[in-house]
Design a protein. Sequence first.
Length: 84
Amino acid sequence: MPTAVQYYIEQRVEVAQVFINAIEDVVYRIRESPTRYAAIDEDVRRCMVHRFPYGVLYTIEQDYILILAVMHCSREPVYWKSRK
C-alpha cells in the first residue's frame, strides 16, 4: 500500500488522503461483517475499495482477520498467494 499512497501523493495530496480514508472504510466494513464478501480463492476473501481500483484481500482466522494484501485489480493478480 505505501507505493499506492506515494503514487496518489504525487498526483495530489488530497487524493492520497481520500485513498487512505477509503482503505480505512474497507477495514471497518470487513471488521463489521467479515463473511459478507466473496471468497476468491479457498478461504481468501476480497472487499473492493470504493472509488479506487483496489481490493483488500483477507482471511478470517479463529481470533482475528488477517489482511493479506491491498491489491491493484489489474496488476499481478496472484502475487498475494505466497502470503497465505
